[in-house]
Design a protein around this ligand. Structure first.
Ligand SMILES: *[C@@H]1O[C@H](CO)[C@@H](O)[C@H](O)[C@H]1NC(C)=O
Ligand SMILES: *[C@@H]1O[C@H](CO)[C@@H](O)[C@H](O)[C@H]1NC(C)=O
Length: 221
């Protein structure tokens, strides 16, 4: 799989797979389910109480993670979940302002201790860990993963896709990019979120083979 130069996705696959509901997902009996609540305020505007919905889900739904960019939502549901799922702060671009604390996500992550008070981890765009310069060459990694791990926070990285422009250091190989996050001497992130799971899973599988890591330890997120 090689990065394409036309940055649009064909509509060919649109009707093949419908939108899955949470109940559909649970029906597939996965080991774990991760629920992302992008904007609690959107649901409230439509008179829907997402917190109530999540708290009333059948107890056998294996909800392992709940993520949201909304700190007030995470704090509120955290008080009621009684540890039933891990809460993850999903950070948007570092110059975007989080609506409840009115600070940018970049600023919020400068105080990881305050994040630890209400979340088990963070999910960040790729450039928070491996920034690129204006010419799309990789810069040295930030200390974010190490700093977060030192506090016991999980770090998940999102925004991967095979068909977006990425750093030239990966030589147009999306698998090389995933490996950069899990196979480097200094850190390994706890999870990868991607629009192309088979590529990520292939890269992680290859990593396990190469480094004789037990498969069980190679299941991310
Ligand atoms: C954030 O930065 C991006 C890239 O530099 C820019 O395009 C965007 O307008 C900025 N957004 C805000 C909210 O400042
Ligand atoms: C990315 O590639 C450039 C050009 O070869 C190199 O100077 C730089 O060190 C590379 N970055 C990383 C993090 O390896």
């Amino acid at each position: 799989s090689v990065i394409q130069t036309i940055f649009s996705r064909p509509s060919t696959f649109d009707a093949i797979m419908g939108m899955y509901t949470l109940d559909d997902m649970a029906g597939l009996h996965p080991q774990q389910i991760w629920v992302n609540v992008e904007f609690d305020g959107f649901y409230r505007d439509h008179n829907l109480d997402i917190e109530d919905y999540l708290l009333k889900l059948p107890k056998d739904y294996p909800i392992a993670y709940i993520s949201s960019p909304d700190i007030s939502f995470l704090k509120s549901i955290g008080g009621k979940l009684k540890g039933r799922a891990k809460l993850i702060l999903r950070c948007l671009a570092d110059n975007v302002t989080e609506t409840s604390v009115k600070k940018s996500y970049g600023e919020i992550l400068k105080d990881l201790k305050s994040v630890k008070a209400f979340a088990s981890g963070i999910m960040v765009p790729r450039n928070y860990v491996w920034p690129v310069n204006n010419n799309l060459y990789l810069l040295p990694p930030t200390s974010l993963v190490k700093d977060a791990h030192a506090l016991g926070l999980e770090v998940h990285v999102g925004s991967f896709a095979n068909d977006i422009l990425t750093s030239y250091n990966y030589s147009y190989d999306p698998a090389a990019e995933y490996l950069q996050f899990i196979n480097n001497p200094d850190f390994t992130v706890d999870g990868l979120m991607t629009d192309f799971p088979p590529t990520a899973s292939g890269a992680v599988g290859k990593h396990c083979e190469l480094f004789h890591v037990e498969k069980a330890k190679c299941i991310f997120g």
